[in-house]
Design a protein. Structure first.
Length: 255
């Protein structure tokens, strides 16, 4: 089955509610390619590796969480390594779609929700606040989780080592907030809701101290590793919805 580029873009705009978010870069179509799409590639980030893999496997479009354009980069000329990354998309007519905060926050297939489901965190509801919009979920474990046992579970699910910052004397946690990726400072939202724990991708030196001193058990399991979940859930959703051929590109990234 084939789907028009415009129909796919319109569907994702509505499904992910992209216009509700004030993001760090454009959500939606970032590089225009073929007008008809029957084969979709998915990856966490639009890197040279993922783009070349999409081209090699003859995808009509690549859908990612981290796109090419970010406000913190400013105006960026297409020269050098950035040209080498981007050129294969244009040369081969491969569309690039990117969805950042909308994919983090989606209540059904988002990064945080999908990771919560994988960890057995239930009764989830919206969590966090980026300019008025949630960026994750929080929920409750059916039974209390031992601190180290939960760390091992997160390592297994995310396939990544975990850093734990735990308040002195705490043995178990029953509630957790999740915002994936680089939300290391957002443990404060867990504190405000009196949640016992918080899971994200990255952790800074001062957050390790401040979270534990504030009574929040903080887990950091890798930026890339915690954000594999939403893009794969979106892949499954689009495959089921439109009967498109889909595949996932898992570019290695230890960060």
């Amino acid at each position: 089955m084939a789907l028009s580029r415009d129909d796919l873009e319109a569907y994702l705009k509505n499904f992910l509610k992209t216009e509700d978010f004030q993001d760090y870069g454009p959500n939606g179509l970032q590089v225009e390619g073929k007008t008809s799409i029957s084969k979709l590639a998915f990856a966490v980030s639009a890197t040279r590796d993922s783009i070349l893999a999409a081209v090699q496997k003859k995808a009509d479009a690549l859908i990612v969480h981290h796109g090419l354009f970010w406000s913190f980069h400013g105006a960026r000329p297409l020269v050098g390594p950035f040209y080498e990354r981007t050129a294969p998309l244009i040369q081969q007519g491969v569309n690039l779609f990117a969805y950042h905060l909308p994919l983090d926050a989606h209540p059904e297939i988002g990064n945080a929700k999908s990771l919560a489901d994988s960890l057995g965190l239930g009764q989830t509801r919206p969590f966090g606040d980026h300019k008025g919009m949630p960026t994750g979920v929080w929920g409750t474990f059916e039974a209390g989780q031992g601190i180290e046992e939960l760390a091992r579970t997160i390592e297994r699910v995310c396939r990544h080592s975990v850093i734990v910052s735990n308040p002195e004397g705490r043995k178990t946690v029953g509630t957790m907030g999740i915002i994936t990726g680089g939300a290391n400072g957002d443990w404060v939202y867990a504190q405000r809701l009196n949640l016992e724990s918080y899971l994200t991708g990255e952790i800074s030196e001062h957050d390790w101290h401040e979270a534990r001193e504030a009574g929040v058990t903080m887990y950091a399991a890798g930026h890339h590793a915690t954000e594999r979940f939403g893009i794969q859930a979106l892949m499954d959703h689009l495959r089921d919805k439109f009967s498109l051929e889909c595949f996932f590109i898992d570019s290695p990234n230890p960060a």
